[in-house]
Design a protein around this ligand. Structure first.
Ligand code: FE2
Length: 374
């Protein structure tokens, strides 16, 4: 931990208040099949649908929910248009990390005034349940932040979506809320995007990892964590650093064809149970050598959990000044080595597991080498 630095953060001056993550939307090649994966493996419930049957001609969107985690899987119906272009270029990936706000028009205007590139002007959508106002701004790569106002809406999600009750439904794996979303950007672009989140959204840089913290024998990366004022939105931003071989960030950038979301961390309050459930349903995780656990007691001190199940499942542990955390990372969830998930349980700690970076990145590099990309 000595090598991570917490800058003296200026007080956050959010450009507009954000209540939390509204949803995360993925553009995928086959949303119908992806929705089965997220139900059967991750335990989401399919609750809504919008597509040709409901009057939207060019796309189909599946709305899935687990506790406070809401995801939308969207696929193009034909080969034309921006959704198809996105999927062709990036493969399955995150298009939108949407903010839940109280006043979307005001939020969008303030962001644009401070230099944000607009992706969508404020648009009102109405049905018998009220109205939702949605605007959007661009962030790194082809990724956007929708700005969603739903205070005058009492429907399921948004006008256009219909409630569905499929015969097959997911059973919760204990995933509760989005803890943080990490972006990978090109060499030299981390600081410009840090400045974007500071200047445009009023976020602050709460933690910095330099390439000495995050390096293995082969590759390195740098990372800065951006947070909004209430801490409900946390965006670490990574860029590659020079190493003997190709950084894992470079591998991502090559296969995603540019910057994008690298991983989504989802919180649980019982990581042993959650990981056991996910593994039994086919989710694949990175493993660390058994020797990792030899040093855990000395490094993190007393914890509530037995070490045996942590070792059995490959769950990592780290401590900071405020407590400890347990975390584990999946392998990429599509064939391109791009997006993966983190499962995290916080027991006081507000950091991101810097003490695990070395063991973790060595595990990632073993996988990278197997793919012939190291
Ligand atoms: Fe993370």
């Amino acid at each position: 931990m000595a090598t991570s630095t917490a800058p003296v953060a200026p007080p956050a001056h959010d450009t507009f208040p954000i209540n939390g993550t509204d949803y995360i939307e993925f553009y995928v090649g086959n949303a119908r099949q992806s929705s089965i994966y997220y139900r059967s493996a991750f335990g989401f419930r399919l609750v809504g649908y919008r597509g040709p049957e409901t009057g939207v001609r060019d796309r189909a969107s599946y709305l899935l929910q687990q506790d406070k985690v809401r995801i939308v899987l969207t696929t193009p119906i034909g080969p034309e248009g921006p959704i198809a272009d996105h999927v062709r270029l990036h493969g399955d990936g995150v298009r939108d990390m949407a903010f839940w706000v109280d006043d979307a028009r005001d939020a969008w205007a303030r962001a644009v005034e401070r230099g944000a590139r607009s992706a969508q002007e404020p648009t009102v959508m109405q049905d018998e349940h009220g109205e939702v106002v949605v605007a959007a701004i661009c962030t790194y790569g082809d990724t956007i932040h929708s700005i969603v106002e739903r205070r005058n809406y009492r429907g399921l999600f948004m006008p256009g979506y219909v409630a569905v009750q499929p015969a097959f439904q997911g059973t919760s794996a204990g995933l509760m809320y989005v803890d943080h979303c990490v972006g990978n950007v090109e060499l030299g672009k981390m600081n410009p995007w840090v400045k974007f989140y500071e200047d445009v959204l009023g976020f602050r840089n709460i933690l910095t990892f330099d390439d000495k913290t995050i390096s293995t024998e082969y590759s390195a990366l740098m990372s800065k964590v951006m947070s909004n004022g209430n801490g409900r939105i946390k965006f670490p931003i990574n860029e590659p650093a020079a190493g003997k071989k190709k950084s894992q960030i470079d591998e991502y950038l090559e296969f995603y064809r540019g910057p994008g979301v690298q991983h989504i961390a989802v919180a649980t309050d019982d990581i042993i149970k959650t990981v056991r459930t996910l593994k039994s349903r086919g989710v694949e995780f990175l493993s660390v050598p058994a020797a990792y656990y030899d040093s855990v007691p000395a490094r993190v001190g007393r914890i509530d959990e037995d070490l045996a199940p942590l070792r059995e499942l490959g769950i990592l542990v780290d401590r900071d000044d405020e407590g400890y955390l347990l975390q584990i990372f999946t392998k990429p969830v599509q064939d391109r080595p791009t997006l993966f998930y983190e499962i995290i349980q916080r027991k006081g700690a507000k950091s991101f597991g810097a003490g695990n970076f070395k063991a973790l990145f060595e595990a990632i590099e073993r996988e990278q080498a197997l793919r012939g990309n190291l």
